[in-house]
Design a binder for this molecule. Sequence first.
Ligand code: S3P
Length: 443
Amino acid sequence: MQHAAPKPLTSHRASSLNGRLRVPGDKSISHRALIFGALATGTTRIRGLLEAEDVINTAKAVSALGAPATKSGDTWEVKGRGVGGLRAPDGPLDFGNSGTGTRLMMGVIAGHPMTVTMTGDASLSKRPMRRVLGPLKQMGLEILDEGKESLPLAMRGSSELVPIEYKLPVPSAQVKSAILIAGLHAAGETTVIETEATRDHTERMLRYFGADVRAVKRDGATHITVKGDAELHGRDVVVPGDPSSAAFLVCAALIVPGSDVTIEGVLVNETRTGLYTTLQEMGGDVTFVNLREEGGEQIADIRARASKLKGVDVPAARAPSMIDEYPVLAAVAGFAVGETRMDGLAELKVKESDRLAATAAGLLANGVAARVEGDSLIVSGTGHVKGGGTVATHLDHRIAMAFLTMGLASDHAVTVDDTAMIATSFPEFRGLMEQLGARYAAG
Ligand code: S3P
């Protein structure tokens, strides 16, 4: 995928942020609703689907595989083809910037006897795929560019996948999901063993679509088993607000004096709320109100008010539940008094960019003392941030949004070198921030 010309943006100090609003649908749940809809028999109707580039690429991919995903009114409809019922696409499938779309769809392709080429942008083409291809090859996926482990990649699936038992070497919901999705197509039971809990949307939604998925805790690990030769049935899905997008608004409210912001209808599944726990430990006034359950997921309105923050230690065990939120947490840590130590961040190095390096560099460019020690990031906060720097975003939407958040409370404006990639996950970011009182200027 070609990228548009870079769009730099500068974030200026705001007086206060106030208001109630909603953020767009959760990205993880949106991808899964489209994919499971395509593998189901009958029609799946999705409300609140995230209409960002990453998810639209997944919608295009399932359409190209013979399960059209179309929008009518405010509802997306997927005409499912049943497990194993997709057909070969006419050309390569382009996943743009999306690791989730790519890896989950590899699990789908594995179960179909067809040849598919997957492509992506410069960032995605650098990301490791061996973590998914390894177990999928054990099940029967064939990689046509043997030895190659990054996009573009041509592969051939099989209608005779072998079920496996696989212990995850990295805490990755994407890897877990790809194997479970392939397992739907295998004859017999496929088990994924995870020692660190990762987001469980695949398990929840597969059950909702009628698959037999069991999770058993044993010796400190969770064994997740899916029964093969599965049948999924089209369902109605309502996608809750994305906690990883809400994170920027909540963090902005905490650091801009006088702020009081409520984000309605946010997913608060505990495999996703590590950031919010951490902010509370830092002294942040963050509360979940109106807690409820919708479509098998916990939802709440999140209220955040400006707070005096202190540095904390964020344990490695918490990393999977806030893996996408470290850049913005690190930005907030600059406004806290004392040291914030974030451990267990190895996975940050293989996201849309090396987020560990990009975050540390962005902080240093804006006068915040930060250092990387192995897989840890340590930020020494003084209660205020000088700002005035320009941040290199490396095609990474979350690096851009984290530093545009930081600039709202720093002494001098903060510039990010590109904002085009924000459209991959949160196209409404700037508009919603401005609705609360943020001030941004081009360049
Ligand atoms: C996701 C899982 C996470 C996360 C990504 C979405 C998912 O990746 O970073 O934004 O939807 O499963 P890993 O599971 O590879 O850590």
